[in-house]
Design a protein around this ligand. Structure first.
Ligand SMILES: [Zn+2]
Ligand SMILES: [Zn+2]
Length: 308
């Protein structure tokens, strides 16, 4: 849930929404992960900057990642199109989620009233699918086999809607399942022209060891933003199985990437005051010192921007 009050003023208390900015996105397009209450800032910006399309990739369907969209200003703007991507879980597609959330008496407007300016892209097999974005061609959700086959050709090109576009001009988004109740997806964004990689991993609980699949997902990461909800003590005493990470685990994941120069801690516990978040950050830094991780570590606040 969102947090408000003086003791939360420095880090802020909005729930998850992250915008990904890249010069390889098509014009007038916003790309974001999740639609928690942080989407209010993005929604206002979308209206003032002449944005027409928003592609929102959902990590999963828990309320803290979905509730902001209901009152996001472009929701009721007829000439604005939303593309909702997310895991198809327990038979819930993106539309089914919002049909459930937007209906009286839970919400005054039925989703059916706005559905005509929405499109959905359910993701059934995150590890076997990818999203490819080309600045002129647009977005395509495809199987990784199609991407791999395209990359075997010379020149390596992908069919996106009506045209063929070089893979090397694309932003390529890959996915992996997280360790979370009802499961979650972590998204990896790779700008092929620059080689820059950003990984966003929220609602993912500590695992024993780091799997080969996870290592592949992290390979070449420049910036990692990760769920660090609980201090190690709180986790060990009370929250094992709740689906969230600890700062020591985040540092180990960042170190496993080998190349990660920035670790951003996010998804702060809604009960954690600014001071408590500072303590989580200090815990992460102490672990980094002890294992020799040299990247910069910060606890992220509402509205923070990170540049790669
Ligand atoms: Zn969750
Ligand atoms: Zn969450």
């Amino acid at each position: 849930m969102p947090a408000a009050g003086n003791e939360f003023a420095r880090y802020g208390g909005r729930t998850t929404c992250v915008q990904i900015m890249s010069e390889y996105l098509p014009p007038e397009t916003i790309l974001a992960v999740d639609a928690g209450t942080g989407i209010d800032l993005l929604g206002k910006k979308a209206l003032t900057e002449g944005v027409k399309w928003a592609h929102v990739l959902f990590s999963h369907w828990h309320h803290d990642h979905t509730q902001g969209l209901l009152l996001c200003p472009p929701m009721f703007k007829e000439d604005f199109t939303f593309y909702l991507y997310g895991p198809e879980e327990h038979g819930y597609t993106p539309f089914k989620v919002y049909e459930a959330l937007m209906q009286p008496p839970l919400f005054p407007v039925h989703f059916a009233r706005v559905r005509h300016h929405f499109r959905q892209k359910p993701i059934r097999f995150p590890e076997a699918q990818a999203i490819v974005v080309h600045p002129e061609g647009g977005f395509k959700l495809l199987n990784v086999d199609e991407l791999a086959n395209a990359e075997k050709n010379e020149p390596a090109q992908l069919q996106i809607r009506q045209g063929k576009y070089p893979v090397e001009e694309c932003l390529v988004i890959r996915m992996i399942r997280g360790n979370h109740p009802d499961r979650s997806i972590s998204y990896r964004f790779e700008e092929r022209p620059t080689g820059k990689v950003f990984v966003f991993m929220t609602d993912h609980e500590n695992t024993d060891g780091i799997s080969q699949d996870m290592r592949r997902h992290l390979k070449g990461t420049d910036v990692l933003v990760m769920d660090s909800q609980y201090s190690r003590h709180l986790y060990d005493e009370h929250t094992v199985g709740f689906g969230h990470s600890t700062p020591d685990y985040c540092v180990r994941i960042a170190a496993a990437a080998g190349t990660c120069g920035f670790l951003g801690l996010t998804h702060h516990d809604p009960f954690a005051t600014d001071e408590a978040v500072d303590e989580v950050l200090e815990e992460a830094k102490a672990v980094a010192d002890s294992i020799g991780y040299k990247g910069l570590i910060r606890a992220l606040a509402d509205n923070d921007e990170i540049e790669i």
